[in-house]
Design a protein around this ligand. Structure first.
Ligand code: B1M
Length: 217
């Protein structure tokens, strides 16, 4: 079996140690880190996601697959973030309150780091005010929110409303994303940018932060 296929298969079985070792082997064989991510790890997670939806697997299986995914990501992270290291700005990030999904958010963190951002990762189940408090504390440029559940998406709007209440709406660029989020939701709640994936998020973040800094300098 091809190495990349093996990574996907072991991820689906939740075999974290094997996934970690195979990702390392793939890197040692000079495979492209993005190929390992997309065709190995993410494709395995997509298969698990589809099976979960069809009730062919349940939460425990998804959880071990997610752990295997995160184990693979720890090996891949140094390669994914080594692209650039000029300091670009500061970003506060987290998965919104009530939501425990962190794989996509962790990928966004890696890509933002790779784009040169200093990251303040608040983790999962983040209270709305915590994003704003942290942004104020560290002098952030961007607030990034991730949501994977339709039931937790409204927390993004709560953050926008709190920013307005605290007269801080113009101070921060607000970026949102996650599987159920889309452009029209972004417009509806008055966030600044929706991006569909981690790489695009980092690309847009860098462009707008540098643009804002150039305009104010
Ligand atoms: Co959950 N889950 N889950 N789950 N889970 C989904 C999201 C679901 C779609 C599955 C399904 O039914 N098909 C469904 C949501 C349905 C809905 O709301 N419409 C669901 C459900 C229902 C649940 C529970 C309620 C199940 C239960 O308990 N009965 C429960 C909720 C727990 C909670 O959060 N309170 C639950 C629990 C879990 C696990 C804990 C078992 C596990 C999470 C483990 C973890 O994250 N550490 C889990 C997983 C793994 C999934 C699926 C299978 C995979 C999610 C994932 O990691 N994808 C998911 C099904 C699916 O999405 N196909 C599912 C890979 C990841 C890279 O993609 O996070 O989308 P994603 O990130 C992408 C983009 O969205 C984007 O970048 C990434 C790609 O580059 N992105 C951003 C993400 N954040 C961004 C922010 C940005 C920009 C881009 O800007 C700031």
């Amino acid at each position: 079996m091809e190495l990349i296929q093996e990574i996907s298969e072991y991820l689906q079985k939740g075999r974290a140690k094997n996934v970690k070792a195979l990702v390392q082997q793939a890197l040692d064989e000079n495979m492209d880190p993005k190929e390992i991510l997309n065709d190995g790890l993410l494709s395995g997670m997509m298969i698990i996601g589809a099976k979960f939806k069809n009730n062919e697997v349940f939460v425990p299986e998804v959880l071990v697959a997610a752990r295997a995914m995160n184990a693979g990501l720890t090996v891949l992270e140094p390669k994914l973030v080594e692209v650039g290291n000029e300091p670009v700005g500061k970003a506060v990030i987290g998965t919104v309150q009530g939501d425990l999904h962190d794989i996509g958010k962790n990928l966004v963190v890696m890509m933002l780091k790779g784009a040169g951002f200093e990251i303040y990762d608040l983790g999962v189940d983040v209270e709305t005010s915590a994003y704003i408090d942290k942004a104020e504390e560290v002098g952030a440029d961007i607030i990034c929110m991730s949501a994977l559940l339709t039931t937790t998406m409204p927390k993004m709007q709560d953050c926008i409303e709190q920013l307005k209440e605290r007269n801080l709406r113009g101070k921060y660029i607000v970026m949102i994303g996650g599987a159920p989020v889309n452009e029209s939701f972004c417009e509806q709640i008055g966030a600044d940018y929706y991006t569909p994936d981690a790489a695009t998020c980092a690309e847009v973040a860098k462009k707008v932060v540098l643009g804002k800094k150039a305009a104010t300098s």
